[in-house]
Design a protein around this ligand. Structure first.
Ligand SMILES: *Cc1c(COP(=O)(O)O)cnc(C)c1O
Length: 379
């Protein structure tokens, strides 16, 4: 065993994928031997399977979660002079793609318990320029889609769900995250709940098949057929090789998701017994709406010191995200300042993601909770 490797890591992808390695290699070999690398049978199969699992009108395989967001904005004609309401507490791509479309990201503060956009504050951010709301199902927990969709309907706004962290999360019976609004995006970045073996993503189209056709067209330079371009799109295709890998992994997703949920329950039990919640101010993630635990994120007093201590005890942790988007240098020209979104700013200082990956075992979880306890009791 490598003495420098952490005892508990955030993810163990080689071990997670090991049982599938033979099947994966056979699949890759098949694609290589076929010589069909772009828009072939693996893409077809993945799109059909994902659409059916999600109960979506269509699933469009694309090059990444980021490109899924960008092409979604393009498909809804969101561009210069438009505004898109979203959360300042998310991965950069959510607002980065809004900016790249030419539109302006307008931030609304988050709910302190779920870290998701506070739906009750959206209405006051709507202006005549608002075209869409882009909620994020952060860490795998659904945003308040009932309130968001009701508001969007009333105001004539589009809804793009950034579901990159919430693949196959059931918001309500038969209604998956990503299919509730107009469009939803998935990421298969290798650390996500359904990992690719490189970059890959998907656009879910809830109901509107004309919109699905447009996403598909924009994915390949806006053409209905080759070399005839109805509009300007891009190259947002997913490779056959990625689709082949995802087709091998997809049947395992449910099992992996269950392992994550079980791990979350075990953390709740262990933390409950430890007294850290009552006595030391550790806050466990709310289970307010459906959650598939892409991350298990606690709030921790003296977070940075705790993180260092955990590292010294061989426990990996991470911070998603240390700087809210309204305070990023590249968004200075949006005119926001520190203090504008106090909950997002407080979360950025307090959140700590603990290992929750599917192969984490109970002994490792005990190690994690014990290390947190040791920190608060001895320092
Ligand atoms: C991962 C992620 C993305 C981007 O996905 P990529 O596949 O890395 O481009 C977008 N939004 C959120 C919330 C994400 O977690």
């Amino acid at each position: 065993m490598d003495a420098t490797a952490p005892k508990v890591s955030m993810l163990d992808l080689p071990a997670q994928l090991a049982p599938l390695r033979e099947e994966l290699m056979a699949s890759i070999r098949r694609v290589v031997e076929s010589g069909r690398f772009i828009m072939g049978p693996e893409i077809d199969r993945l799109e059909r399977e994902m659409a059916s699992r999600a109960g979506a009108a269509a699933a469009v395989a694309v090059s990444s979660g980021t490109d899924a967001l960008l092409v979604s904005l393009m498909a809804l004609d969101i561009g210069p002079r438009s505004e898109v309401i979203t959360t300042p507490f998310t991965f950069f791509a959510t607002a980065g793609t809004v900016r790249r479309s030419g539109a302006k990201p307008v931030f609304v503060d988050i709910e302190p318990d779920t870290f998701n956009i506070d739906a009750s504050r959206i209405e006051s951010a709507v202006t005549p320029k608002t075209k869409a709301v882009m909620p994020v199902h952060l860490y795998g927990q659904c945003a308040d889609m009932d309130t968001i969709c009701a508001l969007a309907k009333g105001k004539g706004l589009r809804v793009i769900e950034d579901s990159c962290q919430a693949v196959c999360t059931e918001y309500a019976p038969g209604r998956q995250a990503g299919t509730i609004g107009d469009l939803g995006t998935l990421s298969f970045y290798p650390t996500k709940n359904l990992p690719g073996i490189g970059d890959a993503g998907m656009v879910l189209v809830g109901r509107d098949s004309a919109l699905a056709d447009r996403v598909k067209r924009l994915r390949i330079h806006g053409g209905e057929r080759r070399y005839f371009h109805r509009e300007v799109g891009g190259n947002f295709r997913m490779d056959e090789l990625q689709a082949a890998a995802l087709n091998v992994f997809l049947p395992r997703l449910e099992g992996w998701a269950k392992a994550r949920r079980d791990n979350a329950e075990r953390y709740r039990k262990l933390f409950g017994e430890s007294g850290l919640v009552k006595e030391k101010g550790v806050v466990l993630p709310a289970a307010k709406r459906p959650h598939t635990y892409h991350q298990f994120v606690i709030r921790a007093p003296r977070r940075d010191e705790l993180r260092e201590f955990m590292t010294s005890r061989g426990v990996a942790t991470d911070v998603y995200y240390p700087l809210p988007l309204h305070m990023q240098e590249c968004f200075r020209n949006l005119g926001y300042k520190e203090g504008d979104f106090p909950e997002a700013e407080r979360a950025a200082k307090e959140v700590l993601a603990l290992p929750i990956h599917p192969l984490l075992d109970p002994a490792q979880q005990e190690t994690v909770v014990r290390a947190v306890g040791e920190f608060y009791r001895t320092s």
